[in-house]
Design a protein around this ligand. Structure first.
Ligand SMILES: Cc1cc2nc3c(=O)[nH]c(=O)nc-3n(C[C@H](O)[C@H](O)[C@H](O)COP(=O)(O)O)c2cc1C
Length: 221
């Protein structure tokens, strides 16, 4: 099983990065492959391209790692009820992938790290974007700093492992089936003559009747 972890804090003593590092260590202890990046060890720049250029023409290493992974963990520091600026820049860099649901067939796990108030805004935002990316959301976690950090990380890791072991059949969300059909209409009719259109055509995505069907096919690969 290949894991990918992105933690979105640039702070020197970031709790999110601490949690991410410990989680990556635990994953590797169980002999799984794990790539872990954050805004300090990987330079992810603000978007400068026009939306209709192919952002994937020259794939950055982290994007290649992301595409090669089976399980994607987003560790989100909660800043002002939302994701941090670094986290948003990371998402912007893969925003084109929301139009192709490019991470289809993979499992996503958002983990929110907060100090006092992790409201619904950040959780629903990140979960929604992960669904747009094509990920099946296994479960989401909130880690509050007032709890024992090590305990929380171990508990989350054990729970993730348990959830993955239990996972037999995946049913994608109703929302994902709806956006898939919506995109299908748009790309079938070539409404926007965009770069994403070519991807839909090259990958024969229009031949799938539902996102469930597409997800199951991709999961086999
Ligand atoms: C600019 C900024 C804004 C923050 N806003 C919130 C907030 O709205 N709610 C909250 O519970 N914690 C908030 N925090 C605390 C962080 O969630 C906390 O530091 C947590 O550990 C994750 O950030 P870190 O990985 O950078 O340490 C904020 C921290 C910073 C630096």
């Amino acid at each position: 099983m290949k894991y990918f972890i992105y933690s979105g804090s640039k702070r020197i003593n970031s709790d999110s990065n601490f949690i991410a590092e410990r989680l990556a260590e635990l994953i590797q202890t169980y002999n799984h492959y794990c790539v872990y990046i954050n805004p300090i060890n990987t330079d992810i720049l603000e978007i400068q391209e026009d939306f209709n250029t192919n952002w994937d023409k020259k794939l950055d290493q982290w994007k290649t790692d992301l595409l090669r992974s089976d399980i994607i963990i987003f560790i989100c520091p909660v800043y002002l009820q939302n994701v941090s600026g670094s986290f948003k820049i990371f998402l912007d860099n893969i925003s084109q992938w929301t139009h192709t649901m490019r991470l289809v067939g993979k499992i996503g796990i958002p983990i929110f790290v907060y100090s006092s108030n992790c409201g619904t805004i950040v959780c629903s935002y990140v979960t929604r974007i992960m669904e747009f990316l094509g990920l099946y959301i296994l479960k989401s976690y909130k880690i509050n700093l007032s709890l024992q950090k090590e305990d929380s990380i171990n508990r989350v890791f054990l729970d993730i492992t348990n959830e993955i072991t239990k996972l037999k059949h995946i049913t994608v969300s109703q929302f994902q089936n709806e956006i898939f059909l919506n995109y299908k209409e748009v790309f079938k009719n070539n409404l926007f003559n965009r770069i994403e259109q070519k991807y839909w055509s090259n990958e024969s995505i229009l031949s799938y009747n539902s996102f469930q069907e597409y997800y199951e096919e991709k999961r086999k690969n």
